[in-house]
Design a protein around this ligand. Sequence first.
Ligand SMILES: C[S@@+](CC[C@H](N)C(=O)[O-])C[C@H]1O[C@@H](n2cnc3c(N)ncnc32)[C@H](O)[C@@H]1O
Length: 402
Amino acid sequence: MSVETLRDIESGTPPTADELGSLGESLGVSPEAVRLLAGEFPEDIHEGLLADPEGALSALRQEIGGRQSGDDGNGATTVGRLGRSPENDTAVSHTPVYETDSGTLYDVDCRDLLPELESESFDLVFADPPFNLDKDYGEGSDDDRPEEAYLSWCTEWIDEITRLLKPGGSFFLYNLPKWNTHLAHYVSRRLTLRDWIAVDMKFGLPIPNRLYPSHYSLLYFVRGDSPDTFDPDRLPIDTCPHCGGEQNDYGGYKSEMNPNGVNLTSVWDDIPPVRHDKHLNRDANQLSIKLLHRVIGMATEEGDRILDPFGGAGTTYAAAELMDREWIGTELHDCSPIVSRLEDGRDDDRQRVQEIERNLNALFTESALERRVEYRQEFGFNFEDYDLSASTVPIQQSLDSY
Ligand SMILES: C[S@@+](CC[C@H](N)C(=O)[O-])C[C@H]1O[C@@H](n2cnc3c(N)ncnc32)[C@H](O)[C@@H]1O
């Protein structure tokens, strides 16, 4: 292991499973023991202790006593809960809580499900885990861990995700910048970091003596050098919501602009928060289907397989269904909002997706074009400057209607 890697570990970047293995080898202990030596407390051991503190202590005392009286303790190798390797692929032992023609939903801890899934079998993994903000997701939820413990919990399922991705597959990790700075470093040792996408969103209250936090981080990785599929949407020109006038002049080269819209950038400022009751499928966090539509459209093709280990309100699954992708998901707490969304909320999601698709890959959105037509005389907008051949609204028809 390189000195640089050791320094990274020392300065707080959690070691990968391989690195834990080689550290353990040189110290003559298991990877779990390395974690203990480093001051971490693996969560499964913690849970075992909480379930039966007296029993666990007495087992520990007996073990220590046994060793002191000559038992060398060999053979008691700890097996990590996520110790699956590509060689021991087997079928999933859990029973799905819900299935569709293209998707399967489980109601188990993703750390129990992921090790049972086949290696290199997903084209896209999207993960929006709890952010360790002390949210209550349901009985037994623990969203207030010490920093080290939270990062170490993340690396448990991230290690599995990297195994599950096909070569050329994509991994998107949504989290607070505070966590993604560490996780970007961790994942980059195994996958290639393509982009840090800033999803513009005001969250929480301003913090005294700090900048007002206003973006989430969406990390985009690929397994190997380049993605199998990279087909980002093109977006309409940014326009004034009142008159439809351009916010930028794009260098003045209007006629040279791609009629399908402008290139997607790594700052996404057009993703609305899901606050409206009509679209909200449960009380806690829910991402906009626009975000998932963009990610899925960019990184997969019809029929591809998607995994989302943190179901929430099922936004990924709803988008996958409507975009003809296959999916697998799990939600540790209440799965009923996902099931009712997929059963009864499909029309609402379909409408949203159709609206999103109507306003993509053209220079102006429907409403911007309508406004420009309305204000064309007042502000001197003309339509010959642009190539509007990709417009979803026939321009002549709009002009005639005024
Ligand atoms: C931030 S929310 C995901 C929201 C989702 N992206 C959406 O748009 O609806 C995270 C979810 O992960 C679930 N969760 C937490 N720990 C889990 C685990 N170990 N395995 C599976 N799900 C878990 C929580 O109950 C919560 O619903």
